[in-house]
Design a protein around this ligand. Structure first.
Ligand code: FAD
Length: 621
């Protein structure tokens, strides 16, 4: 009997990177195979049951704008939705959802199983097939050989994975899953730079043993935000609350008392952990003067009493974990259902990748996700989508694609990784993007969906909805710019109350919308009909309100693009450049970038600093 063994693209690993990678390749028409340890763990959340948040939701919405699965699965599984930074500017607003783990996995599996051109096969991959220095396929534990000219590797925390609880450690890919040892060994024989990183997770707690009486409740937002452009509140399952509690001095004393048996502080763990998601022992050590840390208690799902206490990730010995947990308000009698642990794993230096995420050393082989030194589901999914689509583009003999830093957070992520590498697990923040006013989560579709359609990633239904929204924005923007309010008229009087002063000359509705006292609802229906599409209305309002800043960022980008190849002399005295801060000056002197564009990519070197450099170089002639 013949078994399908020849594909265009093979994706190894069914986590967040792998699922987006194989969906993208299959959507683009490639015969695609997903090889993974277990069909039951497709789209599994290894750590906290939440998607999105600051910087991360921007990635989720970009993945969505390119037709990916993460946002749709979040709408199907989200049991609490909030907009973080809601009172701040639109650039840093971020949607975050608590997700029911099981519903999330089911949603991802459903999307995968209904995707044409995609086959799923459950088998660990032990080796890569190489022919004439290029990748040619994958070899599974059973010795089955699957062939494809393009292979995307997305093995997450599994390569050489070692789980630590106190001074005990054992091999594992994450709790309950086997590690990937044979493949890790094989990759170490190839010309890649390999290092170790570590990450950790908190103990889980049975809600039936928690005293909620004095815990602060936190509910989601109303109206409920939606994650996907195609999503709706009606798809959301029942909504649940989270709770807040705090560690205290007793908790901290117990942790300090256990540090001699901590794998991190006794030197057993060598890998570097995530700076922005530190373990509780790390926080106690680093912020020794703090007497309390917040613990955000998240439900793991609708049909389980398990809770995820966000903020107390730990690899301390289990006896210390029990005592520490029970010292926290509400957890006095807590039953731990799963111990917390840390995991160390192999990752590959992302500086050895191209912008397509194809490795430089082995043509045809792509790396995406945690394997590239990142942390987080969203960062992994974004890379997966990019690697999968680039694998498909290569099969179609087309040029690779990666959005620029001023087009997408995906571009920022890849550019940061490839140009600077990483010494610790890399996570996304809005502060990593120089042009964050342009890269808002609300305009991800406007930035990317047209490109996605060109690559074959966007289906007709989404495209039609997108075109209708874009058209509505254009028509309404034009109407606001060409509709005027005159002094002494009824519409002017209606606005004067909010403005607190009289209108003394003619203004367009677009001009009025720029006033901080007025919003779209105040202005749009004063003369004629406003639009009913909420997403389009939001877009028109943001574009009008921030037009000045947006135009300025766009000018900066244009100017830099014209000059980005400009060489920076290697002996340049940065202290002679007027207006540069000491910090920027020091960073540039150390890095000695070759071009203006490279200077702009150094963390902390702002677009304003690049402009100063440009002025200086032009003056110098
Ligand atoms: P994964 O989600 O790990 O998926 C890898 C997939 O590859 C799995 O399906 C696996 O079965 C499969 N696989 C591996 N090897 C093979 C093979 N040889 N053959 C076939 N299939 C294979 N992120 C945060 O943002 N914050 C945190 O605090 C945090 N803590 C974490 C704590 C722990 C203990 C763990 C394990 C992860 C944590 N993460 C955290 C990371 C988060 O889980 C990952 O960033 C994300 O899951 C990475 O996605 P990925 O697709 O790269 O890999």
């Amino acid at each position: 009997m013949e078994y399908p063994q020849h594909f265009d693209v093979i994706v190894i690993g069914g986590g967040h990177a792998g699922t987006e990678a194989c969906l993208a390749a299959a959507r683009m028409g490639c015969r695609t195979l997903l090889l993974t340890h277990s069909v039951d763990t497709l789209g599994q959340m290894s750590c906290n049951p939440a998607i999105g948040g600051i910087g991360k939701s921007h990635l989720v919405k970009e993945i969505d704008a390119l037709g990916g699965a993460m946002a749709r699965a979040t709408d199907a599984a989200g049991i609490q939705f909030r907009v973080l930074n809601a009172r701040k500017g639109p650039a840093v607003r971020a949607t975050r959802a608590q997700a029911d783990r099981v519903l999330y996995k089911n949603a991802i599996r459903g999307i995968l199983e209904s995707q044409p051109n995609l086959l799923i096969f459950q088998q660990p991959v032990d080796d890569l097939l190489l022919e004439q220095g290029k990748v040619a396929g994958a070899i599974t534990q059973m010795g089955l050989v699957f062939r494809a000219p393009r292979v995307v590797l997305t093995t997450g925390t599994f390569l050489g994975g070692r789980i630590h609880i106190g001074l005990d450690n054992s091999a594992g890919g994450r709790a309950g899953d086997p590690p990937s040892i044979a493949l890790a060994q094989r990759l170490r024989d190839m010309p890649f730079r390999v290092e170790r990183l570590k990450t950790g997770t908190p103990p889980r707690i049975d809600a039936r043993s928690v005293d909620f009486t004095h815990l602060e409740e936190q509910w989601g937002d109303s109206p409920e935000p939606v994650m996907s452009f195609m999503g709706s509140v009606q798809e959301h399952p029942e909504q649940r609350c989270c709770w807040i509690t705090y560690t205290n001095e007793k908790t901290h004393a117990l942790i300090r008392g256990g540090l001699d048996r901590s794998p991190m502080y006794s030197g057993v763990i060598e890998g570097v952990g995530p700076r922005y998601c530190p373990s509780i022992e790390d926080k106690i050590h680093r912020f020794a003067d703090k007497t309390s840390h917040q613990v955000f208690i998240e439900p793991e799902g609708l049909n389980t009493p398990e809770l995820y206490p966000n903020g107390i990730s730990t690899s301390l010995p289990f006896d210390v974990q029990i005592a520490m947990v029970r010292s926290i308000a509400g957890f006095e009698n807590a039953h731990i259902t799963r111990p917390g642990y840390a995991i160390e794993y192999d990752f590959f230096d992302p500086r050895d990748l191209q912008y397509s995420l194809e490795t430089r050393a082995v043509p045809g082989l792509y790396f995406a996700g945690q394997i590239n030194g990142t942390t987080g589901y969203e960062e992994a999914a974004a890379q997966g989508l990019l690697a999968g689509m680039n694998a498909a583009l290569a099969v179609q003999e087309k040029d690779p694609w990666c959005p620029r830093r001023d087009e997408a957070y995906i571009g920022v992520l890849v550019d940061d990784l490839i140009s600077m590498g990483t010494l610790e697990p890399y996570r996304m923040f809005t502060s990593r993007a120089e042009y964050r006013l342009l890269l808002r989560e609300d305009n991800a579709d406007l930035r990317l969906t047209e490109s996605g359609r060109g690559f074959g990633l966007i289906d007709d239904e989404r495209w039609q909805r997108f075109e209708a929204k874009r058209e509505a924005i254009a028509v309404e923007t034009q109407r606001l710019a060409t509709t005027f309010v005159h002094p002494g008229t009824e519409p002017a009087a209606a606005l004067e109350t909010n403005l607190g002063k009289p209108i003394t000359r003619e203004y367009s509705l677009a001009d009025l919308l720029k006033r901080p006292e007025l919003d779209y609802a105040d202005v749009a229906s004063l003369k004629g009909e406003s639009i009913s599409d909420e997403q389009a209305a939001e877009q028109v309002a943001i574009q009008a309100k921030y037009a000045g800043y947006i135009d300025r960022q766009q000018d900066e980008i244009e100017r830099l693009r014209r000059h980005e190849g400009m060489a920076l002399p290697q002996d340049l005295d940065y202290s002679a450049v007027d207006g540069l801060s000491n910090e920027v000056c020091q960073k540039l002197s150390e890095a000695r970038p070759e071009t203006l564009a490279r200077a702009g990519r150094i963390p902390g070197v702002t677009p304003a600093a690049v402009s100063l450099l440009l002025i200086y170089l032009k003056k110098r002639g």
